[in-house]
Design a protein around this ligand. Structure first.
Ligand code: NAI
Length: 385
């Protein structure tokens, strides 16, 4: 089967590499010829590096690259079995592309969007045959990240979902299914990891290195929230939070932080600009964490319980199944444990009590406990029984 990719930025290029490595002929198109050139050079470099590291031999790398065709018009997609769109995150631009695409592909071609935050249903609505459109959301970098979220639009035919899933699994990916709601699974459930860390900082309960220390040393996360925000980019991370917040009709649970907004406004975007929450220049001196164990435990538990509450609420609202929820967070953002499993370990009753204590303290809707947690605590149930 031929695979078509639209948009040759970091995601389009990564997905093209994945599909070509799985043996497909891949067509990749971008409306900016310079971006296509860059993608070609980048792909070649990546494949060369894989050869140097011994992950591929030279003929394999050449064969993968030889299966990728950089094309300058969409009409080349007439024989594609699946087209994945990975252009700019702009609803109108995506709708226009889908409208054009539908006119050139075959009747049976599946059309997918890699959007992180736009409604798949609205993108599908740009097509006449809406039933063949779905979201296939890869994580960055696509060749390394195992997780893929599949998001049926409300119009999508179930056979299309099944076939897309089978194909993506055959590329060695772990697939989870998410409802077409803002942030799908990962970008929704992970919000408190950043948001609550920022809140703790703004309240002056602890400084940046102490919060990161609590989450890595005590919590076992690979990176602390501020290290991760600097890595992702404070502009990008802020925009995702703001988009999720707006898409949830301004639910205070997802309210963005001024601290991060100001950093983005100041151009302190993180690693990519040499300064974010931390300084990254040579010889940069960053403050040390306080390593107060009790404070660290409190910080870790407060952030964890908000994450658990978010996962439980997403489960309650049928965004994904229990297993997909835990798989998404362990494979999509490398959490040390699934949040629902963590809830069981920590005790559901304990989670409810902490949420209620925070809610009473702040009288903010941000800290409302999920009805599912409350119900489970009342009935003495666990997520994994
Ligand atoms: P990018 O900015 O690196 O690349 C976008 C590419 O699309 C550019 O080369 C641009 O020239 C091209 N483009 C723009 N309009 C076009 C059009 N009308 N027709 C053809 N090509 C067009 O963006 P990136 O980061 O690769 O993201 C692409 C999509 O993937 C977005 O929807 C984004 O939300 C999503 N995504 C991004 C992730 C990330 O971490 N960067 C992770 C998962 C999804």
């Amino acid at each position: 089967m031929n695979i078509g990719i639209i948009g040759s930025g970091s995601m389009g290029t990564g997905i093209a590499q994945v599909a070509a490595t799985a043996g497909h002929e891949v067509l990749i198109f971008d409306n900016n010829p310079a971006a296509l050139e860059t993608a070609s050079t980048k792909l070649q470099k990546i494949l060369n590096r894989l050869v140097e590291k011994g992950r591929l031999d030279d003929p394999q790398a050449k064969a993968i690259f030889g299966r990728i065709y950089f094309v300058d018009e969409l009409s080349a997609y007439k024989d594609a079995g699946l087209v994945i769109e990975a252009i700019v995150e702009d609803l109108n631009a995506k709708k226009t592309v889908f409208g054009h695409l539908e006119k050139v592909v075959s009747e049976t071609c599946i059309l997918a969007t890699n959007t992180s935050s736009l409604p798949v249903t609205a993108i599908a609505a740009a097509c006449e045959k809406t039933t063949r459109v779905l979201g296939i959301h890869f994580f960055n970098p696509a060749p390394l990240m195992k997780l893929v979220e599949i998001i049926p639009a409300i119009q999508t035919n179930s056979a299309v979902v099944k076939n897309a899933r089978k194909l993506i699994e055959s590329w060695g990916k772990l697939v989870v299914k998410a409802k077409d709601t803002p942030g799908f699974i990962v970008n929704r459930v992970a919000r408190p990891f950043y948001g609550e860390a920022l809140r703790i900082l703004e309240e002056g309960l602890a400084d940046v290195p102490t919060i990161d220390w609590a989450m890595t040393e005590i919590g076992g996360f690979r990176m602390g929230p501020f290290q991760l925000m600097d890595y992702i980019g404070n502009d990008v991370n802020y925009t995702v939070t703001e988009t999720v917040f707006k898409s949830f009709f301004y639910d205070p649970r997802y309210k963005p932080s001024f601290t991060q907004k100001r950093l983005a406004e100041a151009g302190r975007l993180g690693r990519k600009t040499g300064q974010g929450f931390y300084a990254y220049s040579e010889n940069a001196q960053n403050p040390e964490p306080s390593k107060d164990r009790k404070l660290g435990e409190d910080i870790f538990w407060r952030i964890l319980v908000l994450l658990i509450n978010e996962a439980a609420d997403a489960l309650y609202l049928n965004v994904a199944s229990r297993d997909d929820m835990d798989l998404a967070m362990t494979k999509g953002v490398n959490y040390p444990k699934g949040l629902l499993r963590w809830a069981d370990e920590r005790g559901i009753q304990n989670c409810v009590e902490t949420m209620d204590r925070l809610h009473q303290e702040y009288l903010e809707d941000r800290y409302r406990c999920s009805p599912l947690l409350r119900k489970m605590a009342r009935e003495g149930r666990k997520f994994y029984e």
